[in-house]
Design a protein around this ligand. Structure first.
Ligand code: CA
Ligand code: CA
Length: 487
């Protein structure tokens, strides 16, 4: 994953419908995405979820059912059939796009039968506190996979493979039930005292049969689908030592790099750094702190101090492991982590992740193609320009001008490998204005124009590389060589 100017696209949003036929759309879009500079695509969980055709895939039921077996009321998944999925991956790869598969290990949902299990109830807001004596509950923990039988694997899940559940079918009560004799893992997030439990039947990574089954599933999956890497769901709820072992075993046995991004949802940089240490830097992480900075800036009506937009972020302290993003399927309106970056700020936010020399940006499908459910129009024209600007111009030494609470900018001096490269970026969360910046020797003596078309007049750069660059209010401009001046 260390090619220059990698750009990932998260190729789904929460409210997609089965009739959107995502795998077929992926096939149709692959060559276009490649042409604008997308180098990796993150696809949603591809296996059968508890809600069948309406499941996003995060309600994972059977990880061996990639839209092949009649289970949960359908053969295909929300996104299509196994055949279409494999074809989508093949076409992406034929277009030089790497494929990241979303894998959900933390929990299982939609068990086929319940079992009587002895459990204690833990306080949902402090899971270190038990609030009941051990008693028998009816837990949905038995997974038989009757529609698949033993095809690909004869492993059947039962309560011994789980840590706990959140539903007792006897009392019909939702709570946090920990199976008697088991303890939540300690190497997980500390929220709610201990955040091992998230939802559904919580997978027990201390059970050696579980660990072996997940490793053998992952080998089957990589060999079946030819994906290049993973996006790992909910890693703050999974013991760090398992994640480290899982990835190193898989990488060694398959002799593949398996680039992996973890979803550790925390805005606290120290928490992320601690997880990186515990997992020995074996995966990159989404830069959640940066997402929250962008979100806050977008809600500050100009009062955000733009000089501090990268403060406390992963891209600032661990750039090589930072996956920068603006929004995702969980931050969408109505979703569990709703923190939607406001519309007016999206161009600034995307310039901040796409045109810098550090961090690997991930563009969100919902921002690109829109979210019809929420009546959001996509910003395809703008994002296409910014992704192309990254591919064509965002090279070379970077000089920052983070010297004003409203108007910040930076320049890229360009590189000789990319003949017309180099740029000046300037943005404002407040009034319009300008800034003197130096774009370096390569662009000296040339006429630059705003690639985004927000400012019409060109800017002349003198023989030393100095120019005065403009931005409109609450806007961003990206100054590059005019087409007629290109070599
Ligand atoms: Ca867990
Ligand atoms: Ca400001």
């Amino acid at each position: 994953m260390k090619k220059l100017n990698e750009t990932i696209m998260q190729f789904f949003e929460w409210y997609l419908k089965p009739e959107d036929n995502l795998w077929n759309k992926t096939i149709n879009e692959a060559s276009y995405l490649s042409s604008i500079g997308i180098t990796s695509v993150w696809l949603p969980p591809a296996y059968k979820g508890a809600s069948g055709i309406n499941d996003t895939g995060y309600g994972v039921y059977d990880m061996y059912d990639l839209g092949e077996f009649d289970q949960k009321g359908c053969i295909r998944t929300k996104y299509g059939t196994k055949k279409e999925y494999l074809e989508a991956i093949k076409v992406l790869k034929a277009n030089n796009i790497s494929v990241l598969a979303d894998i959900v290990f933390n929990h299982r949902l939609g068990a086929d039968e319940f079992e009587n299990v002895i459990a204690v109830e833990d306080d949902p807001v402090n899971r270190n506190n038990s609030i009941s004596e051990p008693r028998t509950i009816k837990a949905w923990t038995k997974f038989n996979f009757d529609g698949r039988g033993s095809t690909y694997s004869n492993f059947k899940w039962n309560w011994t493979h789980f840590h706990g559940v959140d539903w007792d079918d006897i009392t019909q009560k939702k709570s946090v039930y920990k199976f008697y004799g088991k303890d939540w893992d300690s190497d997980v997030d500390r929220e709610n005292g201990n955040y091992d439990y998230l939802m559904g039947a919580d997978v027990d990574f201390n059970n050696v049969n579980v660990v072996n089954e997940l490793i053998s599933w992952a080998k089957w999956y990589v060999e079946t689908s030819h994906i290049d890497g993973f996006r790992m769901d909910a890693v703050k709820h999974i013991r760090a030592s398992f994640l480290k072992t899982f990835l190193s075993t898989l990488r060694d046995d398959l002799e593949q790099k398996l680039f992996t991004i973890g979803e550790y949802w925390s805005g606290d940089i120290e928490t992320l750094k601690n997880f990186i240490k515990e997992t020995k830097s074996s995966m990159s992480l989404f830069d959640v702190p940066l997402h929250y900075n962008l979100f806050n800036a977008s809600n500050s009506n100009g009062h955000y101090d733009m000089r501090r937009i990268f403060d406390g972020t992963l891209v600032k302290s661990k750039p090589e492991l930072a996956i920068t993003f603006v929004d995702n399927h969980d931050t969408e309106p109505g979703q569990s982590l709703e923190s939607w970056v406001q519309d007016w700020f999206k161009p600034l936010a995307y310039a901040l992740i796409l045109l810098r020399n550090i961090g690997t940006p991930c563009v969100f499908y919902g921002d690109y193609y829109g979210i019809p459910e929420k009546k959001f129009k996509g910003k395809k024209d703008l994002l296409e320009k910014l992704i192309l600007a990254r591919k064509r111009f965002a090279y070379g030494n970077e000089v920052d001008y983070f010297d004003d609470p409203n108007i910040i900018g930076w320049t890229r001096e360009g590189s000789f490998d990319h003949p017309n490269s180099g740029m000046a970026v300037i943005m404002s969360d407040g009034p319009d204005g300008c800034k003197a910046m130096n774009v370096g020797k390569k662009l000296a003596g040339s006429l630059l124009y705003d690639y985004l078309g927000n400012v019409n007049e060109p800017v002349y750069v003198d023989d030393e590389g100095n120019g005065i660059f403009y931005t409109r209010a609450r806007s961003v401009s990206v100054w590059v060589l005019r087409e007629d001046e290109m070599k």
